[in-house]
Design a binder for this molecule. Structure first.
Ligand code: BGC
Length: 533
């Protein structure tokens, strides 16, 4: 199939978790000016685009995914002028910029929600959210049995200033994140306008938060009480996720994006298990790409990965969309740790990087993976900020361990993340000195140099990026494929060295000991390489 050469079809997109990237004013939280200062690092790394997580006005009940004003920057992160300056610099350096849009819910501090709370039950101001009377004689039970993804019920009851309890409102996430009612026209109009606001400023697209949410089964039916209401699980069919009506919204957004000059990308964060269901979001008149969470959640297992790769390519090809590959983001345990932590985890993570960047399509890189950062699993309990922690009755530590600020340079925390003596919003482990950017930059064999080399080759070689692939014969536990013209990707996922038939040269290898000699490629345990064919 011939495709238009949209930039996102083969982009390497770097995810910036704004709060944890770089702190320009020493208040302990990353900010837009900090990103701007560090942009040359990203140019040098060789990424094509960046995705910024929410920097909008927010009480940060869920790290900014609780937006109080969709058209302004939170003072902690900067100003609209800082945003414009960052966007301008990024464009000048050849980097595109996409931002998060959070349409399933707002913050409880949003002016609409405040109006709704102040209004009477049944008043028009309540209709933009999902308010219902409770069940039971005094309405003391929630309207249905839906559970919050962060634990506990998905409904919170309002109380009047005099203490009288009244209606309940729905929040699939934190109580500070009331769900919008997407049957209300004003909600549609508002988000049309929010998209336009940022596209007018020049953004190259949006990552759509909880893109499989928004539309609820209008009867709000009870769910199976045993259903695992965990969005990251993606395997259950729930009356508030992946409902058919959501596609109508994306057809409209697609038309809005297409009405702008330049290529504006719409990217779905949809935790839907089945790749065919995901592909429905990527039909030609809907969104452009979706995160491949099936790939992200696949275990270290060659047969399973091959199945996921084939399934993803097939499902996306069927709708003419490009496939994406992703190993980590701000919601999951960092892949070094998922793959076993320590030396083994890093070895596997590096091998997985050349696989991901060698596959057809585009790739998402989460800040810090280019440094080989592991999850921080020993954050002190009093430092934890993810709503998961409190909502789960302090049984789930949540996602803070992958959100620890980045180590840039120096021997002690905050490692150049903020000025000396500043206190990062999450403590940074002292053991990270050896992982800082400065300690890896220019050092042969470092993870940072591996990413740089791979990203440079990915740009230089026509075979990589968008296109197709052909599997080559390989023993069990090994993935081996060809990208035309002239590149082979080999990944040994076993714990023993393997030999494969190969000619050409090693272009880049994930670790030491990879060589081609007399028509044979030797790949040490848990390593990968790109070869010229
Ligand atoms: C974001 C999470 C957030 C949730 C609610 C997600 O999928 O990536 O960080 O907690 O949406 O907005």
């Amino acid at each position: 199939m011939q495709h238009e050469a949209h930039w996102w079809r083969e982009a390497a997109i770097y995810q910036i978790y704004v709060r944890s990237f770089a702190d320009s004013n020493g208040d302990g939280e990353g900010d837009l000016a900090g990103i701007r200062e560090r942009l040359p690092h990203l140019t040098e790394l060789g990424v094509d685009a960046i995705w910024l997580t929410p920097f909008y006005v927010s009480p940060l009940a869920d790290g900014g995914y609780d937006v109080a004003d969709y058209r302004d920057v939170d003072p902690r992160f900067g100003t609209l002028d800082d945003f414009d300056a960052l966007l301008k610099d990024a464009h000048e350096q050849g980097i595109r910029l996409i931002i998060d849009v959070v349409p399933n819910h707002s913050s409880s501090e949003h002016v609409w929600f405040r109006e709704a709370v102040a209004a009477e039950p049944g008043a028009p101001a309540r209709a933009r959210y999902i308010f219902r009377d409770g069940k039971g004689p005094d309405g003391e039970e929630p309207p249905n049995n839906w559970k919050s993804i962060f634990g506990g019920p998905a409904w919170t009851r309002l109380t009047r200033p005099d203490g009288t309890p009244e209606q309940w409102y729905l929040h699939l996430f934190d109580p500070g994140q009331p769900d919008f009612d997407w049957t209300h026209q004003e909600v549609h109009d508002e988000f049309d306008d929010v998209l336009r606001f940022w596209m007018d400023r020049g953004v190259d697209g949006f990552r759509i938060d909880v893109a499989h949410g928004m539309v609820k089964d209008p009867t709000l039916p009870d769910i199976d009480p045993d259903a695992k209401a965990d969005m990251l699980d993606g395997s259950t069919s729930l009356p508030y996720f992946d409902q058919d009506g959501v596609h109508e919204i994306y057809r409209r957004w697609s038309r809005i994006a297409a009405s702008y000059e330049g290529d504006r990308a719409l990217v779905a964060e949809a935790w839907v298990e089945d790749s065919d269901r995901i592909a429905r979001y990527l039909r030609p008149d809907e969104l452009h790409q979706a995160f491949n969470f099936e790939y992200l959640t696949a275990p270290w297992d060659a047969a399973r990965l091959r199945e996921v790769i084939d399934g993803s390519l097939k499902a996306n090809d069927a709708v003419g969309a490009t496939t994406t590959w992703v190993l980590s983001n701000h919601d999951v345990v960092r892949h070094v740790t998922r793959f076993g932590d320590g030396e083994q985890g890093l070895r596997r993570a590096r091998a997985a990087t050349l696989l991901m960047l060698g596959l057809p399509g585009s790739a998402y890189i989460y800040q810090g993976e280019e440094l080989g950062l592991p999850e921080v699993t020993d954050l002190p309990e009093d430092a934890l900020q993810d709503p998961n922690w409190e909502r789960s009755g302090r049984t789930e530590r949540g996602r803070d361990g992958c959100r620890v600020p980045l180590p840039w340079e120096g021997e002690t925390a905050p490692f150049g993340f903020g000025s000396e003596g500043s206190t990062p919003w999450l403590p940074m482990p002292e053991r990270w000195a050896g992982l800082s950017r400065a300690s890896q930059n220019g050092v042969e064999g470092s993870t940072l140099e591996l990413y740089k080399t791979a990203l440079r080759l990915r740009r230089e070689l026509d075979a990589l990026g968008d296109g197709s692939m052909n599997w080559l014969d390989s023993p069990e536990g090994v993935l081996y494929f060809e990208r035309e013209p002239g590149v082979r990707v080999a990944v040994n996922m076993t714990e023993a060295p393997v030999e494969l038939a190969a000619s050409g040269e090693v272009l880049v290898a994930s670790g030491p000991g990879v060589e081609v000699s007399e028509g044979t490629l030797t790949l040490p345990a848990e390593s990968s390489a790109w070869l010229s064919a």
